[in-house]
Design a protein around this ligand. Structure first.
Ligand code: FAD
Ligand code: SF4
Ligand code: SF4
Length: 391
């Protein structure tokens, strides 16, 4: 891996601290505004036809996927929404025809990347038409949980919160009259905090994207003011080099201690993910069939888990709803409804959590499919690269 210093051209493996020259983006950005600036540059210079990002809607719990075609509008999409659980890969496939007819730049988390890979295998998205700017991801909090947690644990009216952030292991809120931070460990020990699939996630730095951006490792006078960017592809190297040369993005070599810290934090997050896997999967070990039966007995057969899964969505199609094994009009459906879904995704579940997040009956669906996938990964791990089984 090389460090970029004064050389203008970058290559895969290079790492930089980068910060925007655009004051409007700087005001709204989470760190250095590199993500928004790079996407803006790509759109202005017709490297992409449109940009898919998320934008704050009515409040901090409302992350709205947005397609931007006017570069001036991108400034409104800067900033991180930690209660934004939308799977960008699904938006691309379902709303934008999988980028088959246009080039799209988009912000992605690890689960988006894994979902895009599964969708590309199924010819649902055209990866060649995508420019992917990845953001490191420590996890997201479901909007419903966030409101509940802020009311119960923080003792604050969730409607008064105007900003949230995750910093140094704390979930911090700013509200009319003050601010409060509580450590994520404490929150999660008490049943609050990140979505269960995020706790188990082992994809923290999105190296399958063209660029991987985050705040880990930015120390010294640039702390909080620059974005740590790792170049992950030739396409990413080209965009970053051009934006820096054009003067829209400033950059400097990262502090070596910062690189070390970033690696350490990534390692600690992976260990934490392994810890949660052990803890969650152990719940199944006692009586898996009993647990699956008990949980799914609440099912109202709304098909949300299937429609929102980036792997088993075809089962929601009219043809496949006419199943041999599943009698129509039966609620709760017989166990084959769930077994069919589980077998369909057994070696492909990306642990995005959409099934569980969007289930109106709050069934622990992601736990079942993720446990099966994780076992397959352990079996195949020696034959695969790490990035193939980091779900
Ligand atoms: P900006 O220029 O402010 O752009 C941010 C981009 O992220 C925008 O395109 C925006 O639309 C998009 N975005 C915002 N919220 C979401 C969302 N929920 N889903 C998808 N896209 C979104 N970095 C770390 O180093 N460690 C972490 O643990 C970490 N956790 C994160 C968790 C989440 C949920 C998110 C969204 C980001 C996380 N990041 C983390 C990345 C960090 O917060 C910044 O996004 C990154 O450093 C880029 O900063 P920037 O100023 O260049 O981004
Ligand atoms: Fe982030 Fe992983 Fe959760 Fe996706 S599953 S939101 S990448 S922590
Ligand atoms: Fe049943 Fe929940 Fe799936 Fe709806 S989302 S079909 S209620 S398991």
């Amino acid at each position: 891996m090389g460090l970029f210093s004064s050389k203008p051209d970058m290559k895969k493996g290079d790492m930089v601290y980068a910060w925007t020259a655009d004051q409007e983006i700087a005001k709204k950005a989470e760190c250095g505004g590199a993500v928004t600036t790079l996407l803006k540059y790509a759109l202005e210079h017709k490297m992409v036809d449109a940009v898919l990002v998320v934008k704050r809607g009515s409040d901090v719990y409302d992350a709205v996927p947005t397609l931007v075609t006017d570069p001036k509008d991108l400034k409104d999409t800067a900033g991180s929404l930690h209660c934004g659980t939308v799977l960008m890969a699904n938006v691309l496939q379902k709303r934008l025809k999988g980028a088959k007819n246009m080039k799209i730049g988009m912000t992605v988390k690890g689960c988006d990347l894994m979902a895009l890979a599964e969708l590309a295998k199924r010819k649902e998205v055209n990866r060649d038409n995508l420019f992917l700017v990845g953001v490191n991801c420590g996890g997201t909090v479901s909007p419903i949980m966030a409101r509940y947690m802020i009311k119960e644990k923080y003792g604050v009216d969730p409607d008064l919160v105007h900003k949230e952030e995750i910093d140094k292991g704390q979930f911090i809120i700013e509200y009319e009259g003050g601010h409060k931070g509580i450590s994520i460990d404490e929150l999660e020990d008490e049943g609050f905090g990140r979505r269960s699939n995020c706790r188990r996630c082992l994809y923290k730095v999105p190296r399958q994207a063209d660029l991987a951006c985050g705040n880990w490792g930015v120390i010294g006078d640039k702390a909080g003011k620059a974005t740590f960017v790792e170049v992950c592809s030739d396409k990413g190297a080209d965009l970053l080099s051009r934006a820096v040369k054009a003067g829209v993005l400033h950059s400097e070599a990262p502090v070596p201690k910062g690189i070390e810290m970033r690696q350490k934090v990534e390692g600690a997050m992976l260990k934490l993910g392994e810890k949660w896997r052990k803890k969650d999967f152990a719940k199944l070990g006692k009586d898996p069939w009993g647990m699956i039966n008990k949980e799914t007995s609440r099912c109202i057969k709304c098909y949300s888990c299937i429609e929102n899964c980036p792997v088993c969505f075809p089962l929601a199609g009219a043809e496949l709803k006419k199943s041999y094994a599943i009698a129509p009009g039966q609620v709760p459906p017989n166990p084959m409804f769930h077994l069919r879904r589980l077998s369909h995704i057994s070696d492909s579940c990306v642990n995005c959590g959409q099934c569980e997040e969007l289930c109106p009956m709050e069934i622990s669906l992601a736990l079942f499919s993720h446990a099966i996938r994780a076992e397959a990964d352990i079996a195949f791990a020696p034959k695969l690269g790490k990035s193939d089984y980091s779900n």
